[in-house]
Design a binder for this molecule. Structure first.
Ligand SMILES: [Zn+2]
Length: 319
């Protein structure tokens, strides 16, 4: 166990202790947060970074704090949160990697798509070395799943025992993806929320369910505690989560109102923003899209991605 207390400037290895034995490290590549929760029998690593090199750095800094075995949680299947899995598994044979079942599905069925997206992101960011490293990753899915017995209840959870403390892995419904997993550390008043909440950038809509996202945050808010670790950006309080929930709710309400004007049956969910129908229908859909985008911009949300996500979820009848 560590005796380091709250240290806002970090400990020399990039860890910042945000509560007793809960440490956060920000990766400057994507402003990504990696979290370490220390127990007296094992430790928990939440998210594993983008590729082998960054994951090896994560191993080094975890070992700067503890020699205990680790368990891993992937908050979701986006490359920056789970493409370091292979390195952590190689370091500790038999490693248990926890995630929601949807994360397993995403990585096994769409892992290569996720890799292409990661490579493209790194190239666009002017990071060709990181792009090549993402291209070389062995995509490694989770080994242990958090899932509802029936599938009907949006609240699903699992408790992990780290020795002298327990952590709760909770899926509260669809939001940033269909499988976001939140880690609650109740004895420390800390929660790790993945990309369900962002700081320093708007929430990312690409694989999202924008009409359900606000309700998912509502289900989580009562148990989040005082200290919230978002997927990216600075550590925040629950008031930040409330503000982001309010923005997402305002967008969802506006989108529902506007979509009711045109009917959702004619929306095609191919992500291109294209609609079918006659010329009048197309013009009306374009007008609705423009007004949804305008509402998103007014809320400082990513307008183009929001409209694309709405097309996708409406085509599948949910979201
Ligand atoms: Zn994400």
């Amino acid at each position: 166990m560590t005796d380091l207390r709250f240290s806002p400037r970090g400990d020399g290895h990039g860890w910042r202790e945000v509560a007793r034995d809960v440490l956060v490290r920000r990766n400057p590549v994507l402003d990504l947060n990696l979290t370490l929760v220390l127990g007296d029998r094992s430790c928990l690593i939440v998210d594993t970074d983008c590729h082998d090199g960054l994951a090896r750095e994560l191993v080094r800094v975890v070992r700067s704090r503890t020699v205990l075995p680790w368990v891993v949680v992937n908050t979701h299947a986006h490359f920056d949160h789970c493409f370091g899995n292979a390195v952590l598994a190689a370091e500790q044979p038999g490693l248990r990697i926890w995630a929601h079942r949807g994360c397993l599905t995403a990585l096994t069925e769409r892992g290569e798509e996720e890799r292409r997206s990661g490579v493209a992101w790194m190239r666009t960011a002017g990071r060709p070395v990181d792009a090549a490293a993402v291209a070389a990753v062995t995509v490694t899915p989770p080994t242990d799943l958090v899932e509802a017995p029936s599938g009907a209840d949006p609240l699903t959870e699992r408790v992990l025992d780290l020795g002298d403390r327990h952590v709760v892995l909770r899926h509260a419904g669809r939001g940033h993806t269909d499988h976001d997993l939140v880690v609650l550390v109740p004895d420390a008043g800390v929660s790790v929320v993945g990309d369900l909440v962002e700081e320093g950038a708007p929430p990312a809509f690409e694989d999202s369910y924008p009409l359900e996202w606000p309700e998912t945050l509502d289900r989580l808010l009562p148990d989040l505690g005082d200290t919230v670790i978002p997927g990216h950006g600075q550590v925040i309080g629950s008031s930040h989560v409330v503000r982001q929930r309010d923005d997402l709710l305002a967008l969802a309400d506006r989108a529902r109102d506007l979509l009711a004007e045109v009917g959702t049956g004619t929306v095609r969910g191919d992500g291109t923003g294209t609609t079918r129908g006659d010329g009048d229908d197309t013009a009306r859909h374009r007008s609705v899209e423009a007004r949804i985008a305008e509402a998103a911009r007014g809320l400082r949300l990513d307008a183009e991605a929001a409209v694309t996500a709405l097309h996708r979820v409406l085509a599948t009848g949910s979201g």
